[in-house]
Design a protein around this ligand. Structure first.
Ligand SMILES: Nc1ncnc2c1ncn2[C@@H]1O[C@H](COP(=O)(O)OP(=O)(O)OP(=O)(O)O)[C@@H](O)[C@H]1O
Ligand SMILES: [Mg+2]
Length: 309
């Protein structure tokens, strides 16, 4: 079985579900549900990969606080190896509060460990113990970001495949992106990110442009599934009609599904993206990014049961 290392942010997701409206200044509103769970793009992706059945390691920074302990406990519970996680008492573990109103999600993040993590334990020797390394959320990880190009080169030097989910860059400058793209094996932006990175008119054009810059862009399209560029042509793969509960981490579940399908099931990219889309869609039916706990069998059953749009 392939050994996969996930590198990135550790934070707690507080999910306030079923809000009747957006928050009202100077007023209290009551919501329908409340969850404290695993957050952060990288850790949700690692957890989803682990639930599918993959061998999973995580490298990041946790605070020596209750939230940091909670995240390390969850990793142990899920079966993720946390031996490359660093601990700090200088900053608190990051927290994101998610406010879910209907299908919309507003987030407030106190970054803490997210911006402090600098990947000190990572190098080519460490990477050589793995088959694949996945990075996620670099635009919030200000200390790690300048090191990612060097780490991708070290991974390539160690013969390890790599992937990256950029998540949104609030500055929209996408610093270092041009350096990272040629070094990546798979790249997982969503449509907005792909358009902003390339200046494309739409997701299609953005995907075409990315295909000239990186080996395999996989552009996530929310309810419309995803697109990939194969042999100079765009292939759109639809998603499924599902009753949406919470889309938190749907993209990270897709990333995990695609990686698992390629690395463990040896599927080609198109089949792997189909599998990943099912993983993303299934996760939308549960609260939080790790609520679905989809196994490989769950995804295969989901694909059989859900009629395509
Ligand atoms: N409303 C929806 N209906 C059906 N499937 C969905 C829906 N939203 C997301 N998905 C599934 O989840 C996948 C990833 O979602 P999305 O395109 O929103 O990624 P993302 O923007 O990277 O998400 P994230 O919020 O995790 O960063 C989609 O490709 C699709 O398979
Ligand atoms: Mg995303």
């Amino acid at each position: 079985m392939k050994k996969v290392l996930f590198v990135g942010d550790i934070n707690v997701d507080v999910i306030m579900g079923g809000l009747p409206s957006q928050p009202v200044p100077n007023k209290e509103i009551t919501c329908g549900s409340h969850d404290v769970t695993v957050g952060s793009s990288a850790l949700i992706c690692a957890s989803a990969y682990r639930f599918l059945g993959g061998r999973t390691w995580f490298a990041g920074l946790a605070g020596k606080d209750a939230n940091g302990r909670l995240m390390l406990d969850r990793m142990r519970q899920f079966g993720i190896d946390a031996s490359l996680v660093e601990l700090t008492d200088k900053v608190a573990t990051g927290v994101t509060v998610n406010l879910i109103v209907g299908h919309s999600r507003s987030q407030i993040t106190c970054p803490g460990t997210i911006t402090e993590y600098a990947g000190r334990k990572l190098n080519g020797r460490i990477f050589s113990r793995f088959d694949h390394v996945h990075f996620a959320g670099p635009y919030q990880q200000t200390a790690l970001r300048p090191k990612i190009a060097g780490l991708l080169r070290a991974a390539a030097g160690a013969g390890v495949t790599t992937s990256l989910d950029p998540q949104w860059d609030v500055t929209e400058k996408w610093k270092f992106m041009k350096e990272w793209l040629p070094l990546l094996t798979w790249f997982f932006p969503n449509a907005d990110e792909a358009i902003s990175i390339t200046g494309g008119r739409n997701a299609r054009q953005a995907c075409m442009r990315l295909a000239k810059m990186t080996a395999c862009p996989i552009v996530k399209m929310g309810k419309d599934g995803a697109m990939v560029c194969r042999n100079g042509r765009i292939v759109s793969i639809p998603s499924y009609n599902v009753k949406i509960r919470d889309t938190t981490g749907a993209g990270d579940n897709l990333d995990a599904g695609v990686l698992y399908a390629i690395l463990e099931k040896r599927m080609d990219v198109i089949e792997a993206v189909r599998f990943g889309i099912a993983a993303g869609a299934r996760s939308c039916q549960f609260a939080g990014g790790v609520g679905a706990r989809s196994t490989c069998k769950d995804i295969i059953r989901f694909m059989k049961e859900h009629a395509k749009k």
